[in-house]
Design a protein around this ligand. Structure first.
Ligand SMILES: Cc1cc2nc3c(=O)[nH]c(=O)nc-3n(C[C@H](O)[C@H](O)[C@H](O)COP(=O)(O)OP(=O)(O)OC[C@H]3O[C@@H](n4cnc5c(N)ncnc54)[C@H](O)[C@@H]3O)c2cc1C
Ligand SMILES: NC(=O)C1=CN([C@@H]2O[C@H](COP(=O)(O)OP(=O)(O)OC[C@H]3O[C@@H](n4cnc5c(N)ncnc54)[C@H](OP(=O)(O)O)[C@@H]3O)[C@@H](O)[C@H]2O)C=CC1
Ligand code: HEM
Ligand SMILES: [Fe+3]
Length: 454
């Protein structure tokens, strides 16, 4: 029985002794060679100085470029684009071979054409396939492929592409076919991007934080010092952040839903949905998820900063003083039911708004969004998202209460932060409300179904 089990295995592994050729004995060539040897391929390196090459994996053969190329019909070029020129001398040997371009550049759009297209021009007889540029030499060697196992592949020759995708799969990675060599440019730019969708929300919150932090310092620390000669600088640790964080959370949440209403206005104005949106609106629409998640982060900060209010020394000191004063003056202080109602309502609105906010965050996790269909996802993201925006806006409105319109709350003409926090959310909600009026909504729906004015 044992022999029967072992038999098919040996056949399979001997079948797999496919020979692959790697040009270049640098970091990437070596790491790839080791990985491929481990996966059962036999490897032949091509090098300028085959005798000089040490540090190469055991079991690999090293020849000069032209000899190595003859040994295999798949050649992986682990060479920088700048050094491709010598390949023109090898056109004859390389004709009809599969050339895998793994190269990256230092900058986005560094050259007019992609490296892979340049290679295809240099060696017209070969089948060029782009791929593997998104895995790092280090990750291949250490086996720590935690970041991403996806490998984008493109090429004009479909058999060549299939062959490379099989190799990628054997290495334990997941190939993703991106189409013809025209996609190479995008594949080469991909590893050069640093969180492109997170840039806007990140910059936006940094700018908002800086501006409003200083705004509050002026209103609450400098103003207090000038008029009351009191040092309120300790407010910079908790009180002021707890004005700025919710302000950013609410503003960013409104900015998630603002592009949707702007798009609707634009569609109504143009009377068609078949015109492209301007680039800025397009980009804004595409990073709404990221803006929303950053907003959620700030909402969490607000909630945690709010939780510690009762245990802060300055707050306890204030309460003790009020109590002591009341005792010494023998003044009693009956419960004001209206204040109790207002205070409880704004807290309840905040908690419910936060709950929906978190729900939105949870449904954006891939494992959750994969479980719901498109309609359900839109329902949560759009309807419940608006509800979250309404609740959070109401939370702030009720918290501000009558003070919002009271000129006494201005300090040096500067309104309190909650007034500023309400501007964009209220604008979005008012426009959304107008867009939902039956006559406007009907036209919008028709436009979105393809109807055109005139
Ligand atoms: C915490 C959090 C997490 C988030 N996670 C995600 C996420 O994972 N993924 C994500 O995409 N967004 C996410 N967002 C962003 C946001 O919730 C969604 O973009 C939301 O769908 C925007 O709602 P909207 O009503 O403005 O949608 P819009 O896309 O503006 O749509 C408005 C209405 O118009 C219709 N419509 C729009 N365009 C067309 C068209 N071309 N043709 C026909 N009908 C059209 C829609 O059906 C909809 O009824 C998240 C937000 C937050 C706060
Ligand atoms: N390092 C990484 O993590 C990754 C690298 N890549 C890509 O892989 C390719 C190789 O990268 P890497 O291994 O890091 O680079 P190295 O500089 O370490 O290696 C390049 C190799 O190219 C060969 N070569 C051929 N002609 C020349 C020449 N004229 N001048 C210099 N070298 C030449 C050399 O091999 P020999 O001496 O044997 O001839 C050299 O070792 C690049 O295109 C890179 O963008 C892609 C993904 C990740
Ligand atoms: C568990 C949920 C929440 C609780 C308990 C809560 C509680 C509070 C409290 C106590 C204040 C008053 C702070 C002060 O006295 O300085 C406040 C203010 C505020 N909250 Fe919340 N909140 C919650 C969720 C949210 C959410 C989700 C948002 C918006 C996205 C939000 C936006 C605001 C805003 C804008 C202010 C005004 C800040 C200022 O200018 O002083 N809150 N909240
Ligand atoms: Fe061919």
């Amino acid at each position: 029985m044992e022999k029967m089990d072992a038999f098919p295995l040996t056949v399979k592994s001997s079948e797999k002794q496919e020979t692959l050729c790697i040009f270049g004995t640098g970091d990437f060539g070596r790491s790839l060679g080791i990985k491929m040897l481990q996966c059962g391929y036999s490897i032949i390196f091509g090098s300028r100085k085959p005798q000089m090459s040490n540090l190469l994996p055991k079991g690999a053969e090293v020849l000069n470029y032209s000899e190595a190329a003859q040994k295999s019909d798949v050649i992986i070029l682990a060479i920088h684009r700048e050094h491709y020129a010598f390949l023109t001398e090898l056109t004859e040997v390389l004709s009809e071979k599969i050339l895998v371009d793994v190269s990256n550049n230092l900058k986005i759009n560094q050259y007019p054409e992609s490296n892979a297209e340049y290679l295809a021009q240099l060696v017209p007889g070969a089948h060029v396939v782009k791929g593997l540029n998104t895995v790092s030499a280090w990750a291949l060697q250490s086996g720590a492929l935690d970041a991403s196992r996806q490998v984008f592949i493109c090429g004009n020759h479909s058999k060549a592409k299939q062959r490379v995708m099989d190799i990628v799969r054997t290495l334990g990675l997941s190939p993703l076919d991106q189409g013809s060599l025209m996609a190479a440019n995008e594949i080469e730019n991909y590893p050069l991007q640093l969180f492109p969708m997170w840039k806007l929300p990140f910059c936006l919150s940094t700018v908002l934080f800086t501006i409003f932090f200083f705004y509050c310092v002026i209103r609450e620390v400098v103003y207090t010092y000038v008029y009351k000669k009191e040092d309120a600088s300790f407010r910079m640790a908790i009180s002021i952040p707890n004005r700025v964080f919710p302000l950013i959370a609410l503003t960013l949440l409104a900015l998630v839903y603002l592009p949707g209403v702007l798009a609707a206005i634009l569609q109504l104005y143009r009377g068609t949905k078949y015109h492209r949106f301007p680039d800025w609106l397009d980009h804004w629409m595409l990073c709404r998820k990221q803006i929303g998640l950053v907003a959620l982060g700030f909402a969490f900060l607000h909630v945690f900063y709010t939780l510690v209010i009762p245990i802060r020394y300055s707050v306890q000191w204030k309460w003790r003083n009020i109590t002591a004063t009341q005792v010494s003056l023998r003044k009693d202080n009956p419960l004001n039911t209206t204040s109790a109602w207002l205070s409880d309502s704004y807290l309840a609105l905040g908690i419910l708004g936060f709950f929906l906010f978190v729900l939105l965050g949870i449904t954006s996790l891939p494992s959750v969004s994969n479980m719901v269909n498109w309609r359900e996802f839109r329902f949560v993201q759009s309807k419940l998202g608006y509800l979250a925006l309404i609740l959070c806006t109401a939370h702030t409105l009720v918290f501000g209460g009558k003070k919002i319109f009271n000129p006494k709350s201005l300090r040096w003409y500067l309104p309190p932060t909650y007034v500023i926090a309400l501007i964009i959310p209220c604008t979005v909600l008012v426009i959304k409300f107008i867009l939902m009026l039956p006559c406007i909504n009907k036209t919008l729906t028709r436009i979105r179904q393809g109807w055109e004015r005139d």
